[in-house]
Design a protein around this ligand. Structure first.
Ligand code: SF4
Length: 348
């Protein structure tokens, strides 16, 4: 099973829908979490549909449905679920995913730790899901990074990775680099991912994501990792992960992306027509810019579906998802012949 052919760099034309910014954790680096105010509320189904219509009009083929963890602990979220006629957050997510499928957009769900039964329910409508493992460095549970983040307990996150394998969900995970973890623990985290993948075969990609300090967070004063640390992490990932597991880097957070490609990265993740909704301070460039930059080094940027091609089989996907995958493939963006002329940085 070989994911990445030489010289092909993949990405997904992805649109992010955040049902709520509520999360019960407080990670020291997180600028996403909101426990009060409008962003802590739950997006109504009608609002979600409008957002999906925008995604479709912009040409997105993936809907990244992303939220924090333990959202049902929020009274406001529970009340909204009840108003919308749903008993659980998972039921609500399934309804949102079904709307995306109506528009030939494939949902990719990332809501943190999820149990195996919930994953089995979600896989009927979402052909891929993910959760950053981040780090197995247990010392971070005593530092600002994860002191107030019970869901970042390494054992709990490993349990979710295994549950995803048991539920046959094509899965994306990754490491957060520079939050205080040791270099040794990076290797241990990658080896743990490799071991779980050997058991279930479900890890499609591992993101190497550099920590970015955000104003207003506990770790706003901490420096971002040096480029060499990020590059070494890409090299280490390529060395320790099975060949079929792609290494992904987010090119907007890692501006020296060409050097990271040379180090072994083969996927850029979601390049969104509406910018980065999580790292709001990051610049985001259009896919045609990356296409032109990569072409100069002999690489071809190619759009992929939410799940990697090797997972488009009856073992991994339901008959409905297989049929949807074929339809959505016809909507994948293609680069025009003049894309190579796009030298200027096009921001979205
Ligand atoms: S679990 Fe995720 S959303 Fe919640 S605080 Fe941590 S990084 Fe933010």
């Amino acid at each position: 099973m070989a994911h990445s052919r030489p010289k092909i760099i993949t990405y997904s034309s992805s649109w992010t829908l955040v049902p709520t910014h509520y999360c019960r954790n407080t990670c020291g680096y997180c600028a996403f979490v909101q426990r009060t105010g409008a962003r802590a509320q739950l997006v109504s189904i009608n609002e979600a549909r409008r957002e999906i219509e925008r995604a479709h009009a912009a040409g997105a083929t993936e809907l990244l449905i992303m939220s924090g963890e333990g959202v049902e602990e929020s009274r406001a979220v529970r009340d909204a679920l009840s108003r919308e006629g749903y008993t659980t957050y998972i039921d609500y997510l399934i309804a949102v995913a079904r709307i995306a499928l109506e528009y030939d957009i494939l949902p990719h769900v990332n809501i943190g730790n999820v149990g195996e039964d919930e994953l089995r329910a979600l896989r009927a409508v979402a052909p891929s899901m993910g959760m950053m493992l981040e780090t197995l460095d247990a010392g971070l549970r005593r530092s600002a990074a994860h002191l107030r983040a019970p869901d970042k307990e390494p054992a709990r996150r490993l349990q979710t990775l295994r549950a995803a394998g048991a539920a046959r969900v094509p899965w994306t995970t990754g490491l957060l680099i520079g939050i205080g973890e040791t270099e040794c623990s990076r290797a241990e985290t990658l080896k743990a991912i490799a071991r779980i993948h050997e058991q279930f075969g479900h890890i499609q990609e591992v993101i190497i994501q550099p920590f970015t300090p955000h104003t207003g967070t506990l770790m706003e004063e901490q420096r971002a990792p040096r480029f060499e640390e990020v590059r070494n992490a890409v090299l280490l990932a390529r060395e320790l992960l099975p060949r079929e597991v792609a290494v992904q880097i987010p090119p907007n957070i890692a501006p020296r992306f060409l050097e990271l490609v040379e180090a072994g990265a083969r996927d850029f993740g979601g390049i969104s027509p509406d910018g980065d909704r999580i790292n709001l301070e990051e610049r985001w460039l259009a896919a045609s810019f990356y296409y032109a930059q990569l072409a100069k080094r002999g690489y071809t940027l190619r759009a992929r579906l939410a799940m990697y091609d090797d997972f488009i089989t009856p073992h991994w996907l339901s008959p409905e998802m297989l049929e949807r995958a074929a339809r959505v493939r016809r909507r994948l963006p293609q680069f025009a012949a003049d894309s190579l002329a796009t030298e200027k940085e096009v921001y979205v």
